[in-house]
Design a protein around this ligand. Structure first.
Ligand code: SF4
Length: 477
C-alpha cells in the first residue's frame, strides 16, 4: 500500500463518526479490563518476563521444537503437512477436504485461515463454509472483513449487527444481544450437526506431547473439533512451545491481556485423533504448519515479532488504532503488531508504510504480555523502508547524516536555513509564517509543521557574539 492510499484510508475512517465511536468505546473498555485483570496477579511483571522468556527460548530452538511436536502428532495418529506459503496451504487443505469427501465445513475463528484466504478456496471445490465465532459469522454474513484480531466486529454497532442478521437470515429486527445470540446459535447448531469438516486455528502447540490448545469464549471451537469426522488445524510455525508447564504461564496471560479474564472460558486441548474409548472427537486429524514468510522473519533481526500470542492488547492500547479502527490498515493483521507482521510476511513492498501509522508512544509495548518491543521494531521497519526509497532520497539522507556529524557543515547548513527562512518567511510582508509550506505546497508533512523564522541568527552565532562582547576572544567558555 502506498503512503497516499494509507492516508486516504485513514481519512475515510476518521470521517466515519459511527465507526470511531464503536472502536473507541470497545478498545478503551478493553484497556480498562486488561489493567484490572493484571492488577490482581501477585506479580504480573514477573509473569510477563517469564512468558517472554518462554517465547524467546522457543524461537531460539524453533527447528528442534517443531520436529519434536510433529513427531509426537504422528505418534498419536495425526497427519502433519507443511505449507511453504498461502497457496500451498490452500492446496493441501483442498486435498484433505477432497480426500474425506467433505461438503460442509464449520470454522472456528482463526487469523491464520484469514491470512491464507481459506474460505474462498474451500468454496471453490464445492465445500459450504460457515464461520461459527459470532463476530466472524456476522462478518461473513455482511461480506465484510474482521477489523481486529480478537474482536472481528469491533467496528460495528449493535444496530448494524441487527440489520445484517435481519437482512441475511430473514429474522426479526432486534438489537437485543441475547435475542441475536439465540438466532445465531439456532442457525449454527444445524451446521454443526451436519458438518463433516472442522477447521480451527491454534493458540499454542505443545512440543513435548503433540497436543494443541485453543482458547475461546464461545465454545464454538469445541463444537468444530468434536463433531465433524475430520479436523484440520492450521497453525503458523511460531505457535509451538516446549512444555505443558509453559502453557500454564501463557494461559494466565492471554485472556487477561485480551479482556482481563483470568482464563478463556473454553480452553481446549486436543491430543491426537479420537481413540476407541473417547466419547467424541475427530477420526481424522490433520495439522497444517504454515510458513508463509515466517522462516524469513525468524532468520532476520525481526525474530521477536514471532513471539506474538495474538492477544490483541496492543491494538486496544494503540491511540492510532483507537482512532482509525482496523480496516484503514487494509491488512489481515491491523494495529501495531499488524504494522510489523504485514510487511514482514508479504515483503517490504507490501505495507511497510504501515509502520508510519504509529506515534511510537510505547503503549503497545507496555500492554504486550510477552514484552515485544514494538516501537523499536517499527523504527527498524521504517529504516528498512528508507533503504528501498528513491536514490535521490537516500543520497539526501546520507548527506544529512554527514552534515549532522560534522560541526562546520552543520553550522553552514544552519546559516543557510536561517537565510532561507528570513528570505522566504518575512512575516511582516506576507502575514504568513508557515514558510516551509512555500517550499513544498503539496507536501502534507510540511502542512502540519513549521520552522520559526529565526530573529537574530542561530544559537551558535549568538553565543559567539555574547562571548565576544564579554571579552572572551580566544579562551574556552
Ligand atoms: S504484539 Fe503483544 S500485545 Fe500485540 S497481539 Fe501480539 S502478544 Fe498481544
Amino acid at each position: 500500500m502506498s503512503l497516499a492510499t494509507l492516508r486516504k484510508r485513514i481519512g475515510a475512517a476518521i470521517a466515519d463518526p459511527r465507526l470511531i465511536a464503536a472502536v473507541q468505546g470497545a478498545t478503551r473498555k478493553k484497556v480498562g479490563q486488561r489493567l484490572e485483570g493484571m492488577k490482581v496477579l501477585r506479580d504480573g511483571e514477573a509473569l510477563r518476563d517469564l512468558a517472554a522468556d518462554v517465547k524467546r527460548h522457543t524461537l531460539d530452538h524453533l527447528p528442534e521444537y517443531l520436529e519434536q511436536f510433529t513427531g509426537n502428532v504422528r505418534r498419536l495418529g495425526g497427519e502433519v503437512h507443511f505449507a511453504a506459503d498461502a497457496a500451498a496451504a490452500r492446496t493441501v487443505i483442498q486435498q484433505i477436504a477432497r480426500q474425506h469427501d467433505a461438503s460442509l465445513c464449520v470454522k472456528a475463528k482463526s487469523m491464520t485461515t484469514e491470512e491464507v484466504h481459506l474460505n474462498g478456496a474451500l468454496e471453490d471445490i464445492g465445500v459450504e463454509v460457515w464461520e461459527t465465532d459470532l463476530g466472524e459469522f456476522i462478518v461473513q454474513l455482511d461480506k465484510d472483513r474482521p477489523s481486529h484480531i480478537i474482536t472481528p466486529i469491533i467496528h460495528k454497532t449493535r444496530q448494524q449487527v441487527a440489520e445484517t442478521m435481519a437482512r441475511e437470515l430473514g429474522c426479526e429486527l432486534t438489537d437485543d444481544p441475547q435475542a441475536l445470540t439465540d438466532i445465531a446459535r439456532r442457525f449454527l447448531r444445524d451446521k454443526f450437526r451436519r458438518a463433516d469438516l472442522g477447521v480451527v486455528g491454534v493458540n499454542f502447540a505443545i512440543a513435548e506431547n503433540g497436543a494443541f490448545c485453543l482458547v475461546t469464549n464461545e465454545g464454538n471451537a469445541r463444537m468444530c473439533m468434536s463433531r465433524p469426522r475430520t479436523l484440520i488445524a492450521l497453525m503458523g510455525i511460531e505457535k509451538v512451545i516446549p512444555r505443558m508447564r509453559d502453557l500454564s504461564v501463557l494461559l494466565k496471560l492471554v485472556a487477561r491481556a485480551t479482556t482481563g479474564q483470568p482464563l478463556g472460558i473454553y480452553t481446549s486441548l486436543i491430543h491426537g485423533p479420537r481413540r476407541a474409548d473417547d466419547p467424541d472427537g475427530p477420526e481424522n486429524l490433520h495439522i497444517v504448519l504454515l510458513d508463509n514468510g515466517r522462516s524469513g522473519i525468524w532468520a532476520s533481526e525481526f525474530r521477536e515479532v514471532l513471539a506474538c500470542i495474538r492477544c490483541g492488547a496492543c491494538l486496544n492500547a494503540c491511540p492510532v488504532y483507537q482512532n482509525i479502527g482496523g480496516h484503514a490498515y487494509d491488512s489481515v493483521y491491523p494495529g501495531p503488531i499488524g504494522s510489523l507482521v504485514t510487511p514482514l510476511l508479504a515483503g517490504m513492498r507490501h505495507g511497510s508504510e504501515l509502520a508510519r501509522a504509529s506515534s511510537l508512544c510505547g503503549a503497545c509495548r507496555d500492554a504486550c504480555p510477552v514484552k515485544i518491543d514494538i516501537p523499536n521494531l517499527l523504527v527498524k521497519v521504517r529504516a528498512a523502508n528508507v533503504q528501498r526509497q528513491s536514490l535521490a532520497k537516500r543520497i539526501g539522507m546520507r548527506f544529512w547524516r554527514w552534515a549532522m556529524l560534522m560541526p562546520p557543515a552543520y553550522g553552514l547548513g544552519q546559516r543557510g536555513l536561517a537565510w532561507l527562512a528570513r528570505w522566504r518567511g518575512r512575516p511582516s510582508e506576507r502575514g504568513d509564517r508557515r514558510w516551509l509550506t512555500q517550499l513544498g505546497p503539496n507536501n502534507p508533512w510540511m502542512l502540519q509543521r513549521d520552522l520559526p523564522v529565526p530573529n537574530d541568527g542561530s544559537f551558535r552565532q549568538r553565543w559567539a557574539r555574547l562571548r565576544w562582547d564579554a571579552g572572551d576572544r580566544g579562551g574556552h567558555a
